[in-house]
Design a protein around this ligand. Structure first.
Ligand code: ZN
Length: 276
């Protein structure tokens, strides 16, 4: 499996609006269509966010339910639901989608941080201590999202306490204002801190997208692309679909002599239960 690379697509996220880019999918039908197109192009994991009827960041359960159903009707891509969805949602709102819908993965944001120089992204100890066991009970693998090095030490603490299970899976999120910058040096450093048996993936937000993608591949990691992280295909040119990012990644992965993992290979690499 050493030659297989897991490609996650994050089509929507909490922030891009139709004013930022008319191509971002925001409502369930368009999100599911986009995920299916990305699956056909080679993505094996879909990291899912939803929006409310006004296209604002949301943890509305009914929207997740619709997306999950529409995607599962179309394909067996691994589903990874956000447990953040934006800022300020209650613990219950954040946990309900994975408890009810039982995706194979969900995000686990492993600490709090100042967000975009204007707000606070809260992931309190009490929430994280609930979230780990709730994911375990529902057969959901945590994707431990790391925005700075301290979040890795939080994860190591929760692994020791039995809040998280080993082997863990990390997603390094670099370039968020308030977190670590999207640099090659930062990714090399973060990778050096995680346990040997861990699996990991990385993404760079905005301009850092490609340098982090190349570095993750060079270091033997997995990758994530999509409009949650980056709406531009190249300088000043909006991507017209998330598929463009998937297709480019597939070409880059092929150039280094590797292949994109299928959903079942991804389940195998990450030790996921099969839910579809
Ligand atoms: Zn997300």
């Amino acid at each position: 499996m050493d030659d297989k690379v897991i490609l996650t697509v994050a089509t929507t996220g909490a922030w891009p609006s139709k004013e930022d880019t008319p191509y971002v999918p925001l409502q369930p039908e368009e999100i599911a269509e986009e995920i299916f197109a990305c699956y056909q192009a080679g993505a094996s994991v879909a990291h899912v966010h939803v929006r409310d009827d006004d296209n604002k960041a949301s943890m509305k359960y009914e929207k997740f339910e619709q997306v999950v159903k529409l995607v599962r009707d179309r394909c067996d891509i691994v589903l990874n639901l956000t447990t953040s969805g934006g800022l300020g949602f209650s613990d219950e709102e954040r946990m309900k989608p994975f408890i009810e819908l039982k995706p194979e993965m969900a995000s686990y944001d492993c600490g709090s941080m100042n967000w975009a120089h204007n707000s606070v992204f809260i992931n309190s100890p009490s929430f994280l201590e609930k979230l780990g066991p709730a994911m375990r009970e529902n057969g959901v693998k945590p994707e431990i999202e790391v925005f700075d090095a301290g979040m890795i030490y939080n994860a190591l603490y929760y692994l020791k306490k039995g809040i998280l299970d080993s082997p863990p899976h990390f997603q390094f999120v670099l370039g968020a204002p308030g977190g670590m910058a999207a640099t090659v040096e930062n990714l090399v450093f973060l990778k050096s801190l995680i346990p040997q048996e861990a699996t990991w993936s990385a993404l760079g937000i905005g301009r850092g997208h490609l340098p982090i993608l190349y570095t993750a591949l060079a270091l033997g990691g997995h990758i994530r692309v999509g409009m949650e992280d980056n709406i531009y295909y190249s300088k000043g040119v909006l991507a017209k679909s998330n598929v463009e990012f998937v297709e480019r990644s597939k070409r880059i992965v092929a150039e280094i002599g590797k292949k994109l993992a299928t959903p079942d290979e991804t389940r195998n690499i990450l030790g996921l239960r099969k839910s579809n």
